[in-house]
Design a protein around this ligand. Structure first.
Ligand code: ADP
Length: 296
């Protein structure tokens, strides 16, 4: 499914202008929406899942306004909200079975087969009979993605899915999304965790203060930082100077001093090596350094 966002604005009743003239096209595969807290990600997500109407502008799904085809669109939509919780004494499979009924799967036999297929896909088959609210945090999130997938949606919206997960569960969750994106579906992933984006998304958008500041592939974002990330070995005195002047990405104490990574437009006046940027470097370079410089 192709999603087009045209000239979208969201102004809350208190005057907060959360989204400013957003224009985006999202095709099949995995799309990542990345930005710091307050950037406007949740506002955009709420509009995309028709929980909220924009102040102006339109979202088209395969060319049709999602507000006018709301019911049909919702039946094609799988959603894992940021605060996915369930207050239920149902077993894991029963919860998913119930979600399947809500999604319109009427044939019980086929529905239960689908429940088990999805539980297997998200690695929960072994705990299918465990009470859903007794699952671990990571397992609950995986059950969340399973309930978003039931009914074979054409578009899946996942809002900040890895927040609070331990590293193992985070990787597991990313792998599930990555596998899903091989199918002919549109997955929209919103996150403030840079690492969620790199491994999984074909295209991405950086949102900052309600505005799109970058759209393209993660590789293209990384290219922007090439030649702008440096590793320095510094004495304590140099380190004190460097941290005043540069955006420091990482700091490691070494014999009698510090090894630090910084982003900078120009090579710094310290002994340094230019290093190949990764997406986290690029995010810092672009958001913390480049944009701030442009805005001042
Ligand atoms: P993010 O998900 O990237 O953290 P949000 O969409 O939650 O960003 O918020 C974007 C901006 O809109 C913030 O300034 C936030 O304070 C504001 N905002 C979000 N929800 C509301 C609301 N219901 N009423 C007023 N302002 C809001």
């Amino acid at each position: 499914m192709k999603i087009e966002i045209r000239n979208l604005n969201m102004i809350y009743s208190n005057g907060n202008h959360a989204l400013k003239d957003i224009d985006l096209e999202i095709g099949t595969g995995m799309f990542g929406l990345l930005g710091p807290n307050g950037a406007g990600k949740s506002s955009l997500m709420r509009i995309l899942v028709t929980l909220m109407k924009p102040t102006s502008g339109v979202v088209l799904a395969d060319g049709r306004d999602i507000q006018t085809i709301r019911k049909e669109y919702r039946s094609l939509l799988g959603y894992l909200p940021q605060d996915f919780r369930f207050f239920t004494s149902l077993k894991t499979w029963e919860f998913l079975d119930y979600s399947g009924s809500l999604a319109g799967l009427r044939n019980r036999k086929l529905r239960i087969a689908e429940v088990d297929r999805l539980l297997d896909q998200v690695g929960l088959l072994e705990v299918r009979d465990r009470q859903a609210n007794r699952l671990s945090g990571g397992m609950k999130r995986r059950l969340g993605i399973a309930q978003a997938l039931i009914g074979n949606p054409g578009i899946i919206v996942v809002d900040e899915p890895t927040t609070g997960l331990d590293p193992d569960e985070r990787i597991r969750f990313r792998n599930i999304l990555s596998e899903l994106s091989q199918n002919d579906v549109t997955i929209i992933l919103s996150t403030h965790i840079v690492g969620d984006i790199s491994s999984t998304c074909q295209t991405m958008t950086l949102l900052n203060r309600g505005e799109v500041v970058f759209s393209g592939s993660p590789e293209n974002l990384v290219k922007k930082a090439e030649g702008h990330v440096f590793r320095l070995t510094l004495s304590q005195q140099e380190y004190d100077m460097a941290k005043e002047k540069y955006n420091v990405i990482s700091t490691i104490p070494v014999d009698g001093g510090w090894e630090v990574q910084i982003v900078s437009d120009d090579p710094p006046p310290f002994s340094h090596t230019a290093i190949i940027p990764n997406i986290e470097h690029s995010y810092v370079y672009y958001m913390e350094h480049k944009l701030k410089a442009e805005l001042t």
